[in-house]
Design a protein around this ligand. Structure first.
Ligand code: AVJ
Length: 328
């Protein structure tokens, strides 16, 4: 083993017993409401993450490949514009889009540190090990945690940082929490830091709806998987076959909504919570919102958080946007 590689990686976990309670609390909160709802983060257990990776390859799901194309085209410009020596990535996952940015920083000769923040320690450690091998001189400081709660645990900045929040995940926040999250993010940023944010754009509703109702049924399996999560983690007895996947574009709110619809009247017991939940025939449980942006709304949301939009990079078909903003 190379000692130099070993010392280049440091991983700190901030997840504890409190985090195991969040699923239980979210279920108790969400399933006792008149309009049943679950936060989308529980879609991503091992199986859910696998299904999400499969979604990213679907012909209908243009987001991932479009964002990658934008990053490939603009990475050098982004690095030149920000002068970043350090990349802080929220929800880094397998970090494959990250490489495009790390490559550009490496070529510019500025790359010093990568700070991935992710809830999965296994994924984070695997990515860290590969990256230090591939980028000589790179150090990785991994933060195992929830980017909604652990932003206070980022290491002291070395110099100018680029914060990346990619994939359109910001769209999962409802408008109020979205601005609150951006504001909290802005508060941990230094005056010379920049935020690189990936957002899906408002477009033809048919194109949007197809992306969440793929013909291979992968999104349906991804959505239904959350019921398996509740069955396994909380001893619930959802009959997954008696729910169906629903996804539509809410034209007024300009977001995609994913729901699970009970095909018939049913009663569910959640053992760990001693909770009984009834579903009326066709009653729906909301599992995700995925907001779509116009450049104007994006600018406004950033401004409300104290950030100024400086660049908006998009693809020729204007499907997706990667924006750069800062405090200057
Ligand atoms: C990972 C939140 C960006 O909203 O498009 C994909 C998740 N849901 N298909 C999205 C998702 C259904 C995805 N984000």
């Amino acid at each position: 083993m190379e000692p130099s590689l070993e010392s280049a990686v440091e991983v700190r976990s901030y997840l504890g017993p409190a985090d195991e309670r969040t699923l239980a609390e979210d279920v108790l909160d969400g399933l006792t409401r008149p309009l049943k709802e679950l936060p989308p983060k529980h879609l991503y257990d091992a199986r859910g993450s696998e299904l999400f990776d499969a979604i990213c390859e679907l012909p209908e799901y243009y987001q991932t490949r479009t964002e990658r194309l934008i990053l490939r085209t603009e990475a050098d410009a982004i690095v030149a514009r920000t002068g970043a020596v350090e990349l802080v990535e929220l929800g880094s996952g397998s970090a494959d889009k990250t490489r495009v940015l790390l490559d550009a920083m490496n070529h510019a000769g500025t790359l010093r540190r990568y700070v991935p923040v992710d809830v999965s320690e296994t994924t984070l450690r695997a990515a860290a090990a590969t990256l230090v091998g591939d980028y000589p001189g790179l150090s990785v400081h991994g933060v195992v945690g929830d980017f909604e709660r652990h932003l206070g645990h980022l290491p002291e900045p070395l110099h100018r940082r680029l914060f990346a929040f990619l994939g359109g995940t910001i769209g999962n926040f409802p408008p109020g929490s979205r601005r609150r999250f951006l504001r909290r993010l802005r508060k941990v940023m230094s005056p010379d830091d920049h935020l690189l944010l990936g957002t899906d754009l408002v477009k033809d509703p048919q194109v949007l709806e197809a992306a969440y109702n793929d013909s291979a049924g992968v999104t349906a399996r991804f959505n239904l998987n959350v019921l398996h999560v509740l069955n396994r983690e909380l001893g619930a007895n959802f009959d997954v076959d008696r729910f169906e996947h629903v996804a539509f574009f809410d034209r007024k709110r300009e977001w995609i909504e994913m729901r699970l619809r009970a095909t018939e009247q049913q009663h569910v017991r959640v053992q760990a919570l001693e909770l009984d939940v009834d579903f009326a025939p066709r009653e729906e449980l909301r599992t995700e919102i995925s907001a779509k942006f116009t450049p104007e709304r994006l600018r406004e949301d950033l401004r409300a958080a104290g950030l100024r939009l400086t660049e908006l990079y998009t693809d020729p078909d204007e499907l997706f946007a990667v924006s750069l903003s800062g405090q200057g």
